[in-house]
Write a protein that binds this ligand. Structure first.
Ligand code: PLP
Length: 454
């Protein structure tokens, strides 16, 4: 797929198509497996999530490019599990964090930057009156659940069962295949409803009258809400006395600067943010209505809620990084750029799907600011083997892509280079459909994270 006038740029990520030298990565893998359960500190980054012929460790990144231990360069997507929205080592954010770091990372009393970031965030998220910071998305979402339980005096949690992830904590992981170590008593406290199916939520409220403390969901994941659905969910929560919690870990600062709640014009009672807040620095936030949030504070006479009080929750340089990240979002229309570049990539991939007769076998799904891909085999069944083959062929062409989640650093040249790599990978995909995948897949297929056994 020749594209005009940018051939010099095309060399950025690849010198040639073909197998790369991963010898330094290979040498470190056994040690990582021996020392760290799973070989990585996040399951989504683990060896079982990538083809065998892929970089195992990243040495450094700049913008949307990364270099592995062996010096191979890749255009990357996914970007720190969607946390790096501006780009790796993005200079103004690094500088802001460094300036703050030189003043001290953590004190015996709060730092002013805590109030500065609180004010900035509350200015962006319309319906929220108060905010509390932490380091991980899981922690703030769990805190939202705790607050909802304290506020309502109820125990049960209703989660959207069609959305993949809300927290590393037991109330959520207990609902997955990977529930070893979680007591049955805890698991019984979380129940599931279906997205875009108000009846399924209504049934839960009927089955467990006055028992549901909260409804936890992403306003939107792979599928957009049907007309009026989110507003109806909120109305139902209010009718039945439950707290509506939007998990904005992925949607926050991608769908809209004011979150998916602004994009869809439905304000939840509580919402949680992380990932995009700090361009990769560890920072997350629980936000919401004063009436609920204040239970974690000092000015009420109800039983006190132990709300997100941690040693490192307000590490000052992460807050400074977040302030700078949000300033750049606001001043440089970052969200518009993410949508525009995602759309450019999606259009080119659609073209490649058509050229290679892959309709029904390869699909790009989601909003342009958050594209993922789905792979199917000859029978049209979802296939991890074909996912692996596709990623393997992209790696051979200098693209590391567990998804097609773009950042502010994905320039036109990067998108076009990626589209060329996708087209070539699709040629191999087509041949594998026609001739059998074994001939083309070099190693074992990837596997889902949340499985019961290895
Ligand atoms: C929708 C959603 N909620 C919550 C989390 C948990 O965030 P963290 O990994 O920062 O704890 C994630 C992480 O991937 C997520 O995608």
């Amino acid at each position: 797929m020749a594209r005009n006038g940018k051939n010099q740029l095309l060399n950025l990520a690849t010198d040639a198509v073909g197998p790369r030298d991963f010898s330094k990565s290979r040498a470190l893998q056994p040690k990582a497996q021996l020392l760290i359960p799973g070989g990585a500190h996040t399951y989504a980054k683990g060896d079982d999530q990538y083809p065998e012929q892929a970089p195992a460790f990243i040495a450094r990144g700049k913008g949307c490019h990364v270099w592995d231990l062996d010096g191979n360069e890749f255009i990357e997507y996914g970007m720190g599990l969607r946390s790096v929205t501006l780009g790796h080592a993005f200079e103004p954010v690094v500088e802001a964090a460094y300036r703050q770091m030189r003043l001290g990372a953590n004190f015996t009393r709060p730092a002013k930057v805590e109030v500065d970031l609180a004010e900035t965030l509350l200015d962006l998220i319309d319906g929220a009156d108060m905010v509390k910071f932490a380091k991980n998305g899981s922690d703030v979402t769990t805190a939202a659940v705790k607050l909802a339980r304290a506020y309502t005096g109820r125990d049960l949690i209703a989660i959207c069962g069609d959305q993949p992830f809300f927290s590393t904590d037991d109330w959520f992981i207990g609902t997955t295949e990977m529930d070893a170590g979680i007591p049955r008593a805890i698991k019984q406290l979380t129940v599931k409803f279906h997205y875009n199916d108000l009846d399924s939520l209504q049934k839960l409220f009927d089955e467990f009258p006055n028992q549901l403390a909260c409804v936890v969901m992403e306003a939107e994941a792979a599928v957009p809400p049907t007309e009026g659905y989110l507003a109806q969910v909120k109305d139902l929560c209010e009718e039945r006395g439950a707290v509506l919690i939007f998990d904005e870990m992925i949607t926050g600062f991608r769908w809209h600067l004011g979150g998916a709640q602004k994009f869809h014009n439905v304000v939840p009672h509580l919402s949680t943010f992380g990932k995009a807040m700090g361009n990769g620095f560890a920072i997350s936030a629980l936000m919401g209505k004063r009436e609920i949030m204040r239970l974690g504070g000092l000015d009420h006479d109800r039983p006190r809620v132990f709300l997100l009080s941690t040693t490192h929750g307000t590490e000052t340089h992460a807050l400074a990084a977040s302030l700078e990240t949000l300033r750049i979002y606001r001043e440089q229309n970052v969200v518009d750029f993410l949508w525009k570049q995602g759309e450019r990539l999606r259009a080119l991939i659609h073209q490649s799907v058509a050229e290679n007769r892959l309709a029904g076998f390869f699909e790009v799904v989601g909003r342009p600011c958050n594209l993922v891909f789905a792979t199917s085999d000859q029978e049209g069944k979802r296939s991890e083997a074909f996912r692996t083959l596709f990623m393997q062929e992209l790696v051979r062409r200098g693209v590391l892509a567990p998804s097609f989640v773009v950042s502010f650093s994905h320039a036109d040249a990067d998108i076009d280079r990626t589209a060329d790599a996708v087209n070539e990978a699709h040629v191999v995909y087509r041949k594998a459909l026609d001739e059998g995948i074994d001939k083309y897949l070099d190693g074992r297929p990837v596997r889902p994270v949340n499985r019961r056994y290895n």
